[in-house]
Design a binder for this molecule. Structure first.
Ligand SMILES: Cc1cc2nc3c(=O)[nH]c(=O)nc-3n(C[C@H](O)[C@H](O)[C@H](O)COP(=O)(O)OP(=O)(O)OC[C@H]3O[C@@H](n4cnc5c(N)ncnc54)[C@H](O)[C@@H]3O)c2cc1C
Length: 307
């Protein structure tokens, strides 16, 4: 395939989801020249994500992710302020997430919060150069990395591969864990609440600017259409967590969480493509972990990615 090459860039970010958009924002804040290419994939996780920033709510205490999750959680308030300032588009962010306890009563961990992922992505993309393009191939060479996309071709000193589960097409071992959720048309403010833990599933409800969000299912699948079984289960969750809720369903959300074999995010030079950094595999914690990932990518770019 012959593709006309456009101007060489300092950094190209492949994928403008929660991770890619915040990586690009952080690099731009540090003065880098950045181009974001996003394919607008159906099933992108950020469009379906709840936006809970809850290391305790997600049971991360005692796991290998806990320290990074706490570090990332602490970064969010300053990042929200920077996004608001730079974009002029307020990002919805609220502290306070309740957890119902198995034996009754509720717990709240100070600092845990929630946000609205689509407004984060929109604010992070605002002012950046973002092109609608599906990247098809990455070719490292002596003058940088050539990016071949359906909408054209570019070269860059460094490419950050942040295409979520679709990073699998570029030699990264990552698989989809599909999640479904409901967005109810309710103006009621239910705050944010987790139900008691059940067999590995998280059940939660939270108010956002676009309605009451109820989540979430998890199964290994590339399917991006909602199914009636999940919708029934989620209606049951809504009934348990928001007593008396009768609001109609506004949207049935489906997203593919990118998961690595060991469940840890992969933020490192690509093992086989010089000049390419990988930032994916955040599973069910991409909103929580994105600020720490963006800081790590910035450090790697500043240190010089092996070419
Ligand atoms: C139902 C559900 C609930 C969730 N709730 C939470 C939560 O409460 N808290 C939390 O921390 N996390 C949550 N997550 C997880 C979070 O959404 C993901 O971890 C996060 O979105 C991953 O970000 P990403 O940018 O790597 O991938 P994505 O968000 O999937 O974005 C990938 C982007 O890459 C683009 N792309 C793909 N292929 C290409 C290509 N070839 N060329 C160019 N662009 C490409 C896509 O269009 C997309 O925009 C949830 C996920 C789901 C599904």
């Amino acid at each position: 395939m012959r593709v006309p090459l456009m101007t060489a860039r300092e950094v190209i970010v492949v994928g403008g989801g929660l991770v890619g958009a915040l990586v690009a924002f952080t690099l731009r804040q540090a003065g880098a020249d950045v181009l974001v290419l996003d394919a607008g994939r159906r099933g992108a996780a950020w469009r379906a994500a709840a936006g809970l920033l809850t290391p305790d709510g997600e049971g991360l205490t005692g796991t290998a992710l806990h320290a990074e999750a706490l570090d990332s959680l602490r970064r969010w308030p300053a990042l929200v302020a920077a996004l608001d300032r730079a974009s002029g588009q307020p990002v919805f962010y609220r502290e306070g997430v309740r957890r119902q306890q198995a034996g009754g009563g509720e717990a709240v961990t100070p600092g845990e919060a929630r946000l609205h992922p689509p407004s984060v992505v929109r604010a992070a993309r605002a002012g950046a150069e973002v092109r609608r393009a599906q990247v098809l191939a990455l070719h490292p060479g002596p003058r940088g990395v050539t990016v071949v996309a359906d909408a054209g071709g570019w070269t860059a000193q460094t490419v950050v591969l942040a295409a979520g589960v679709w990073s699998a097409a570029f030699g990264v071992t990552v698989r989809p864990v599909q999640g479904q959720a409901l967005l109810l048309e309710s103006p009621a403010d239910v705050g944010a609440v987790y139900g008691p833990p059940t067999r590995g599933f998280s059940r939660y409800a939270l108010s956002r600017p676009d309605g009451v969000y109820v989540g979430a299912t998890a199964r290994a699948s590339w399917a991006t259409t909602p199914d009636p079984h999940a919708a029934r289960w989620l209606r049951g969750v809504a009934g348990q967590l928001v007593p008396g809720v009768t609001a109609p369903v506004q949207t049935r959300l489906v997203g593919l969480r990118p998961v690595t074999p060991d469940g840890m995010p992969l933020v490192a030079p690509h093992p086989g493509l010089p000049g390419v950094l990988v930032a994916t595999g955040h599973g069910r914690h991409g909103a929580l972990l994105a600020p720490a990932t963006a800081a790590r990518v910035l450090a790697l770019v500043q240190a010089g990615v092996p070419a």
